[in-house]
Write a protein that binds this ligand. Structure first.
Ligand SMILES: CC(C)(COP(=O)(O)OP(=O)(O)OC[C@H]1O[C@@H](n2cnc3c(N)ncnc32)[C@H](O)[C@@H]1OP(=O)(O)O)[C@@H](O)C(=O)NCCC(=O)NCCS
Length: 128
């Protein structure tokens, strides 16, 4: 899609089961945000979110030459947090009570991964 060149469909067994995107790309500071969603929970916890996130990170750092990818995740979303940590994202802070969900104030955790962290991880191809 020309309008959203960094917005991908997640296809699994011939079906579109979700999307992943890099957004707010800032070319000057070589950074972008990341978001992923698998629509149907029957496809959760099969390693797909981890695989897709690793592929997007590879593209972001190796093709787009970005320096930093970040994201926000609700603090109770333990599945997503485990997925991001497996991919090398590092917790850098908490945005306190920034979301009102079902009448409850919820906090977001901010995660990021930097290019040097990617390249020295087992995912990076430039690891020494
Ligand atoms: C978040 C999401 C992309 C993760 O993708 P996924 O394919 O389900 O995740 P994976 O299977 O790759 O990894 C999930 C990990 O979470 C772990 N996990 C699951 N529930 C957990 C819990 N309650 N506490 C801690 N870890 C948990 C799993 O064990 C797995 O780790 P493992 O492979 O080491 O065992 C997907 O679940 C999703 O789209 N959810 C709905 C939308 C969403 O939450 N999007 C993110 C918004 S920030």
């Amino acid at each position: 899609m020309k309008k959203h060149p960094l917005y991908w469909i997640i296809e699994y067994q011939g079906k579109c089961i979700g999307t992943a995107k890099l957004y707010s790309v800032d070319e000057l500071n070589r950074r972008a945000g990341y978001a992923i969603g698998i629509f149907d929970k029957k496809y959760w916890e099969k390693g797909l979110g981890t695989e897709v996130t690793q592929l997007v990170l590879k593209y972001a750092f190796e093709k787009l030459n970005l320096h930093r990818i970040d994201l926000k995740v609700l603090s109770f979303n333990h599945r997503a947090i485990a997925c991001y940590e497996k991919c090398g994202f590092v917790k850098e802070g908490i945005e306190r009570e920034g979301s009102l969900i079902g009448g409850e104030w919820c906090s977001d955790i901010i995660f990021s991964i930097l290019e040097q962290e990617y390249h020295t991880s087992r995912l990076g191809h430039k690891a020494s």
